[in-house]
Design a protein around this ligand. Structure first.
Ligand code: 6R9
Length: 595
């Protein structure tokens, strides 16, 4: 059986979905190219990353330092008094920082770390809620040549310990409320020389703990930044780990070239934008597009240090007049669950451009957002390992809801037959190595990184198909694809069909062992408020999706659950559900939400 036959059920089904939702048509007026915006095709012609190097004022061989590029450079360009950060926490406390504040406070932090004896190249972990010290500390660490290692402050002590041990981290910056976790694991971490606490006086601290109040110590006007070069290590990001052990992805300072340009073009930045990225910098989205991308572009960004709450989120957009919003499917599904009524209570007319990342964006979400916000969410695909958006619905490009769009200019992407590793119509998403923000390796794990390459391609570990117009359609993580009687079914098509049912809030389709077909599809489903799980509801859902899915992709069973297992970045971890079905051990769970 050739590959095309193998993926036929998916293609057929995706087409069915397109018809039933009237999608794949030209996007309506609001998504037409703005007159001053070059088209995707124009930008793709003769593309060269040198465009970004020039705009950043970088020439090969120069010193390049992300911390400096995101603060001092903007001040030199006359933006010293422009607001860089509008910050608010869950209690309503607010702070504002200009680009000059970023420059001076990041100097102050860099100076403090250098005085403490932290050396260039050493790893400094940021273990903080989304407080200003996290964002500005990130720049400060990079300015003095150390490597920033951001971790979710919600991690428990074990998750923290594994990552600090692996990275041989020298210092950790944290808050009073998370200090007990550091103290608990301290003895297991001989490399950890310093624990820096940003919100307590020195008197309350123990040995090897140092108080540092960013806004109270004498500000450092001038700091000689460490002369990092293109290949100097910058950020160590532990991947979200939907599969296997978390790996430390090693980024370099040159990554800013890609993060700057992808942010500018894909997030459609304009000088007066107020940009909001929902992601925590513990996830790569929160650093590439929650720190580096916007600040390299001199954009004002708003940060809300608070968990999900639809009302609060809409208030935040309204209050700060957010224009560009970068979110994730999990959050969008939660907003959909809350309904449109609450949206009508807010003036969200400032929103101009919406984008999403992290998981496949279901067509329903795109259509819903057009209805309620008057703007579609633009799906963007990328990974910790790619460092920047690689496949995307470009602003102004026709959106086909459910599709990830096309490769960013300068990115050569295809899909490969998993047996021959030759380009095919559907298969493994593969990228030609060599874009600026590609990671340079996994920390302590060169073999793991080498295993990601075949025939001169970098393999993302995901499957997709490419349509006649060159649009990519996501199928699933390579390990999540369900093999039923030799036919491959991507969880995404099943889940998208399920999300079309009014009762379904979230879903996960996984393989279940089957004596005849080897595997069949099983769906886990959470229901929206006002619906009760029952046999009747199961039947209703089955009837609804029968029209949209090929018989092979039809779930044999639906199990109603309270919630689905997710990573801290909001990705559904199908592996856990699959292991349950196969009675297998689930392996590493350190990034799962409720650890
Ligand atoms: C940025 C980020 C990467 C994995 C990736 C894929 C999934 C991300 C997606 C998407 C479908 C999209 N993913 N964006 N799947 N459509 N638009 O998420 O990085 O945490 O390393 O995860 O996330 O499976 O391989 P990371």
């Amino acid at each position: 059986m050739d590959l095309f036959t193998l993926v036929l059920p998916f293609s057929k089904c995706a087409a069915g979905l397109v018809v039933s939702l009237r999608i794949g048509e030209r996007t309506p007026g609001e998504d037409k190219p703005m007159s001053d915006r070059p088209s995707y095709e124009q930008l793709n012609t003769n593309f060269n990353w040198v465009i970004a190097e020039r705009e950043l004022g970088y020439r090969p061989g120069d010193v390049i330092n992300i911390g400096w590029m995101c603060s001092d450079r903007l001040c030199q360009l006359g933006l010293a008094e422009k607001l860089a950060l509008l910050w608010e926490d869950y209690q309503g406390n607010q702070k504002r920082f200009t680009y000059n504040d970023l420059r001076v406070y990041s100097n102050t932090i860099a100076h403090f770390l250098a005085r403490l004896g932290i050396l260039p190249g050493e790893r400094v972990c940021l273990f903080l809620d989304r407080v200003p010290e996290l964002y500005i500390g990130f720049l400060g660490i990079l300015k003095m040549g150390a490597v920033a290692q951001p971790l979710f402050s919600a991690f428990g002590d074990e998750s923290l310990c594994v990552r600090l041990k692996d990275a041989g981290t020298s210092a950790i910056v944290t808050q009073k409320k998370h200090l007990h976790k550091v103290r608990k694991i301290r003895e297991q971490l001989p490399n950890l020389r310093h624990c820096i606490v940003v919100d307590v006086p020195q008197a309350s601290l123990q040995e090897r703990e140092t108080a540092f109040a960013m806004e109270q110590v004498p500000p450092v006007e001038h700091f000689p930044i460490y002369p990092t070069k293109a290949e100097s290590p910058s950020v160590l990001h532990y991947t979200s780990g939907t599969t296997g052990q978390p790996k430390g992805a090693q980024h370099v300072h040159y990554s800013i070239v890609a993060q700057y340009l992808t942010a500018k073009w894909v997030l459609d930045f304009r000088p007066d934008d107020i940009y909001w990225c929902n992601a925590d910098p513990g996830w790569v989205t929160g650093t590439s597009y929650g720190i580096i991308g916007p600040w390299a572009n001199g954009i004002t960004q708003a940060v809300l240090d608070s968990g999900f709450n639809a009302g609060k989120w809409y208030e935040f957009i309204e209050k700060y007049r957010v224009t560009v919003w970068y979110s994730a499917p999990t959050a969008i599904r939660l907003l959909m669950k809350e309904g449109a009524e609450i949206i009508r209570k807010h003036d969200l007319s400032s929103l101009r451009h919406l984008a999403s990342v992290g998981e496949p964006l279901n067509p329903e979400a795109v259509i819903w957002s057009k209805e309620v916000f008057g703007k579609p969410f633009h799906d963007t695909f990328w990974q910790t390992e790619t460092g920047c958006i690689v496949i995307t619905n470009f602003p102004g490009m026709e959106i086909k809801p459910g599709s990830m769009g096309k490769p960013f200019p300068g990115i050569t992407a295809t899909v490969l037959d998993p047996r021959t590793y030759e380009p095919a119509k559907a298969g493994l998403i593969a990228l030609r190595p060599g874009w600026p923000s590609q990671i340079r390796g996994y920390w302590n794990n060169p073999a793991g990184y080498q295993a990601k390459f075949r025939n001169g391609w970098y393999l993302c570990g995901d499957r997709a198909s490419i349509d006649a117009d060159g649009y990519f359609w996501f199928m699933g993580r390579d390990d999540d694809v369900i093999n039923t009687g030799g036919h491959l079914v991507g969880p995404f098509e099943v889940e998208s069909a399920l999300l079309g049912c009014p009762a379904v809030a979230e879903s996960a389709a996984v393989a279940k062992p089957d004596p005849v077909n080897m595997e069949v599809v099983k769906a886990y489903v959470t229901v929206k408020q006002g619906y009760q799980p029952s046999d009747d509801l199961e039947l209703e859902i089955m009837n609804h999706i029968r029209k949209r899915l090929s018989p092979l992709a039809m779930p044999q069973e639906i199990e109603f659950v309270e919630s689905l297992p997710k990573t801290r970045s909001g990705k559904i971890v199908r592996r856990i559900l699959r292991c349950k079905e196969f009675n297998e051990p689930v392996g590493d769970l350190s990034t799962i939400m409720d650890d």
